[in-house]
Ligand binder design. Structure first.
Ligand code: UDX
Ligand code: UDX
Length: 464
């Protein structure tokens, strides 16, 4: 099928590359011409495991452009995957979505096209996007056919809106897209459902050839297709993200208690997670969640609920616990070092999670800011996010280091913020004498505590 994707961010580009890999003919449209130039040269504009390989594999089915008119008229399916950052009062800022919807409407040519919302949008946005596309289409058609009897085809014959939320995690975005737990399609029309079923058929039936670098899990069977109305699909996305966020906050809340009573939070998480009703995933205690989704989507869920006069005490509590975890990092350092002014703190890991260079809402940045405000000097290292960090945070006075060893040198304490595998495997014994005081705060319960204690570090956890 012929597919267009508007927005080549983490979601849009991953979706586009995967659909092209499955054999569809995909054009990715992005307003950022520098990004498009990078992509045309075969380079992914961000770090995501296997994305470069997938782009190379799918190359013959993939085109990149800044021009809507070059792709939209021929498309059978158009995905909108532009960002929806938090705006005022927690509600998402929909200006990119609006601009994408209008541009699509202007370019629709006449054959039936499904316009799919992949961006996480407030409940009810399906109708709003529909009205924007319709308005732009009708205005354009009226101009085109001015003076003619024939006014072009009716909007309802030309396009329909669907919601198809994504559930991919950065760092494993391609795996999650090729081997999803489920595909959710929200639409009120059978015809639209059939188009999207045809599009996703190879994914649903899992009969495509798996990439050599990302084998299909042995347990993988056919993927369930959840077919709903548009509002339900939109709510599924928010409810899923909020649930994952509160699962993490829950284990962090229990972690605080574990610390007081002398329990081991890792064992507690395992012990409760093996109950199939609870599940083991997303029970990793630590500094809490960051990233572009959980903060934004929990805020948006609270904001939408409040528009209907509803309070969201559970989701609010999850956010409060998450913010508290970041405060606790600073408090622990204060307890240990007594004074932060003039101290040097090393931060290991800047990305909001491993295997990405994404720094949006990263706890590490927040903590660096808090430490600097209290007069500390901050040195930092990240295996892949340094370049992006320098570019995006020119005002944050952090000394960027080439290695973890360099970041730790002369420090009064080192704080681990992102659980990169290589940090666990550092030569901690050799690092110790280079530090002013050998204090390690493990913000992700990631390091080998016994080894660090044996190496005469003062090991601080965030929980348990
Ligand atoms: C996505 C979703 O779309 C968002 O709703 C979800 O909650 C999280 O994931 P993401 O892929 O992370 O966002 O966004 P981002 O990396 O910011 O990429 C958006 C892309 O859209 C950028 O490349 C930007 O240049 C492009 N864009 C934005 C356009 O092409 N046109 C616009 O008008 C605005
Ligand atoms: C999330 C959702 O998982 C995904 O389904 C949705 O589509 C987009 O938002 P993402 O933000 O990319 O994905 O990564 P995720 O793996 O969910 O991690 C989010 C944050 O939670 C990270 O900062 C991570 O370190 C933290 N986290 C995750 C924990 O602190 N503990 C855990 O057990 C899991």
């Amino acid at each position: 099928m012929k597919v267009s994707i508007v927005g080549t961010g983490y979601v849009g580009l991953t979706t586009g590359a995967c659909l092209a890999y499955l054999g569809h003919s995909v054009t990715c449209i992005d307003a950022d011409s520098a990004k498009v130039a990078e992509l045309k040269a075969g380079r992914a504009p961000f770090h995501e495991p296997f994305l470069n390989e997938l782009l190379a594999d799918a190359q013959r089915n993939l085109t990149f452009t800044t021009d809507y008119a070059a792709a939209i008229p021929q498309s059978q399916v158009i995905f909108i995957a532009v960002g929806t950052p938090t705006g005022v009062n927690g509600a998402p800022d929909l200006k990119y979505l609006e601009s994408a919807a209008r541009s699509i409407g202007q370019c629709l040519a006449g054959d039936f096209t499904v316009v799919v919302n992949k961006s996480t949008v407030p409940i009810g946005s399906g109708n709003w996007v529909e009205s924007l596309v319709r308005e732009a289409y009708e205005k354009h058609a009226a101009e085109k056919h001015a003076g003619e009897k024939h006014a072009g085809r009716k909007a309802e014959d030309v396009f329909a809106i669907a919601s198809n939320p994504e559930f991919l995690r950065e760092g494993s975005a391609i795996f999650d897209t090729l081997y999803p737990d489920r595909v959710v399609v929200g639409t009120d029309q059978q015809r639209t459902r059939e188009v999207l079923y045809s599009l996703y058929r190879p994914l649903l039936e899992q009969d495509f050839r798996a990439p050599v670098y990302l084998a299909r899990p042995a347990s993988m069977g056919a993927v369930p297709l959840i077919s709903t109305d548009i509002a339900s699909a939109e709510l599924i996305k928010y409810a899923a993200n909020a649930f994952l966020a509160l699962k993490i906050s829950y284990i962090n809340e229990i972690g605080q208690l574990a610390e007081k009573v002398g329990a081991d939070i890792e064992q507690v998480a395992k012990g409760i997670g093996l109950d199939a009703r609870i599940g083991r995933r997303f029970l990793q205690a630590g500094v809490g969640w960051g990233g572009s989704c959980f903060g934004k989507d929990t805020a948006a869920l609270i904001s939408t609920a409040s528009e209907y006069g509803l309070d969201s005490p559970i989701v609010k509590a999850a956010r409060a616990v998450n913010a508290r975890q970041r405060e606790r990092v600073v408090e622990k350092l204060l307890d240990e070092l007594k004074i932060l002014k003039g101290r040097t703190i090393g931060i290991l890991g800047l990305a909001f999670k491993p295997d990405t260079d994404d720094l949006r809402e990263s706890p590490a940045l927040d903590i660096a800011r808090k430490l600097i405000e209290r007069g500390a000097r901050v040195r930092a290292h990240d295996p892949v996010a340094m370049e992006r960090f320098r570019k995006e945070n020119p005002d944050l006075k952090v000394t960027c280091c080439e290695s973890a060893e360099e970041a730790a040198r002369g420090c009064d304490a080192v704080v681990l913020m992102t659980e990169w595998v290589e940090y666990r495997e550092l030569d901690w014994e050799a690092i110790r004498p280079t530090m002013r005081t050998p204090v390690v705060l493990d913000g992700r319960n990631h390091l080998d505590r016994a080894r660090l204690v044996t190496a005469e570090y003062r090991y601080l956890g965030l929980a348990g």
